[in-house]
Design a protein. Structure first.
Length: 342
């Protein structure tokens, strides 16, 4: 398995040397092993307790055969929306005559990365839960290939400075407590003029009031406002190229709430992706939509200091070939959605 020359050690950002059993980092004095097509890397030592807890939660949520049917239904419902997202992104990415490079951070099993590959991007992906990532091993594509799936803390991707044309966050940022640092890291790996694309749920005034009495049971969720995201993105060296709201299904709404929501949605069109004043007010106060931001890198910012890291053991991967059979339908579902890629 060959790695691209810009794939580096996540701790030192130094070069890697290929060995029979993986990739050696001379500066870190550490081997990053390969198993079942996954390159096992590392996470910050200081975050060991949080990482262990989150890994277990992610494993149970999306890294077993038992949850394949539920995950398939999620992808079936959300792949068309992801295709619309990619159709917004693709015209804004240039690569000076070569195939553009995309990096998805916090990719889960990589189904969005597969859609990016189908849209013409050379694609790399990062997720720190190896079983979740392994459930997407049947999502094969010429634009993904070997050496593109990294088991690593996605806050510290193993990518050299200025190597990517596109960085994608699809419902990952709200799992990170310090999203400002995450945007700075996206800045680091992007070339000048590269694009960061974000699609995230945000906190509305209604949700903030609700959570005072009903705290979010997911300790790893860190929802914030659209205004906070936009301020942080600009502070990380980006210029907003496009901002939009995407509303999902209106299940569970009463007649009045549904009519108000429909009024907000009716004003959204290609010329007005954030709708009119009523749409924007509804988004901030009531919510129910996801925020899309496409932001272009206009300047470099001070990169993050690389922390000391702990290797992720390949022994964490407990899925076997028979456990992947329930995921056999994923390529078909994604192929159907990909027919709408522009």
């Amino acid at each position: 398995m060959e790695l691209a020359p810009f794939v580096v050690c996540p701790e030192t950002l130094g070069p890697l040397e290929a060995r029979d059993d993986g990739y050696w980092s001379p500066r870190a004095g550490r081997l990053y092993p390969v198993r079942e097509g996954l390159v096992f890397m590392a996470y910050p030592r200081r975050d060991a307790a949080m990482i262990a807890e989150t890994m277990e939660e992610e494993h149970d949520w999306q890294g077993t055969a038992d949850v394949a049917a539920r995950n398939l239904e999620y992808v079936r419902a959300n792949a068309p929306r992801a295709v619309d997202f990619i159709n917004l992104v693709r015209p804004l990415v240039e690569a000076n005559g070569r195939r553009p490079r995309a990096l998805e951070l916090g990719c889960g099993n990589g189904w969005v990365s597969w859609l990016l590959a189908e849209a013409g991007f050379e694609t790399w992906m990062c997720d720190f839960e190896s079983n979740s990532l392994a459930t997407g091993l049947n999502l094969e594509h010429p634009n993904i290939g070997d050496g593109r799936r990294f088991v690593v803390d996605a806050r510290y991707p193993p990518i050299a400075d200025g190597s990517m044309d596109l960085v994608v966050f699809k419902e990952f940022v709200h799992h990170v407590s310090d999203h400002r640092s995450l945007f700075r890291e996206a800045n680091r790996v992007l070339r000048k003029g590269g694009l960061m694309a974000l699609m995230e749920p945000v906190r509305s005034a209604r949700q903030a009031i609700y959570e005072i009495r009903h705290p979010d049971p997911h300790q790893g969720h860190h929802l914030t406002s659209a205004r906070d995201y936009l301020r942080s993105i600009r502070g990380a060296g980006f210029e907003i190229a496009r901002q939009a709201y995407v509303y999902g299904e209106r299940a569970g709404q009463g007649p009045l709430a549904a009519r108000i929501r429909d009024r907000a949605v009716s004003a959204i069109d290609p010329a007005r992706p954030t709708g009119d004043w009523f749409t924007r007010l509804h988004f901030r106060l009531i919510g129910g939509a996801q925020l899309i931001v496409l932001a272009r890198k206009t300047r470099d910012v001070q990169p993050l200091e690389r922390p000391q890291m702990t290797p992720i053991s390949p022994d964490n991967l407990d899925l076997e070939s028979q456990d992947l059979r329930p995921y056999d339908e994923f390529p078909t579902v994604l192929g159907e959605a990909a027919a709408r890629l522009e």
